[in-house]
Design a protein around this ligand. Structure first.
Ligand SMILES: [Zn+2]
Length: 170
């Protein structure tokens, strides 16, 4: 399916419009066992004290907790690098959602964790378990780094979560 919602959530008016959009109720919170938010989206101080932009939201969760796809879509990329660690990028229409610091491993481009087997092109349902919380990459403790972009622009995942809650209350 495609997402008709073409809002970037920038600006108060757009944000109000986005919060009133019932479609957001289809979104799924991306971890099964929530502990807390450990780093918000936006400017922060990096490990060396220098300012950096944090492109996602860090959600602490017990090691091995299920990671769920926020939306139905298709795996765009399986990642394995020093910053994200083991990760996935999933495309849903104009949105891309990224999941970093996963447990499990990559084998010849395929992500494997427990019963999960995903590779570029795999389709996923919203809420499907797509992996498990780990500590791979640049990570000081078990958490999910969850980032969402729309047409290449990073969105504040906190705004998306708020819109999801608001849509369920309508
Ligand atoms: Zn992060």
């Amino acid at each position: 399916m495609t997402l008709a919602l073409g809002l970037t959530l920038h600006g108060a008016a757009l944000q109000r419009a986005a919060l009133a959009e019932s479609r957001w109720a289809q979104g799924v919170f991306p971890v099964s066992r929530f502990v807390g938010y450990t780093s918000q989206f936006g400017q922060r101080n990096g490990s060396g004290g220098q300012p950096e932009t944090h492109t996602g939201l860090d959600i602490a969760a017990p090691l091995g907790s299920a990671v769920r796809s926020w939306w139905s879509g298709r795996v765009q990329a399986v990642l394995n690098n020093s910053s994200c660690g083991v990760g996935l990028v999933i495309r849903s229409g104009d949105y891309e959602h990224t999941y970093c610091h996963l447990g499990g491993r990559t084998v010849s481009g395929e992500y494997r964790s427990g019963a999960v087997r995903l590779r570029a092109g795999s389709s996923v349902r919203g809420g499907q378990t797509i992996g498990h919380v780990g500590i791979s990459g640049r990570s000081s403790g078990p958490h999910l780094h969850w980032a969402v972009s729309w047409r290449g622009r990073w969105l504040n995942p906190g705004h998306i979560l708020r819109a999801m809650v608001a849509a369920r209350q309508r």
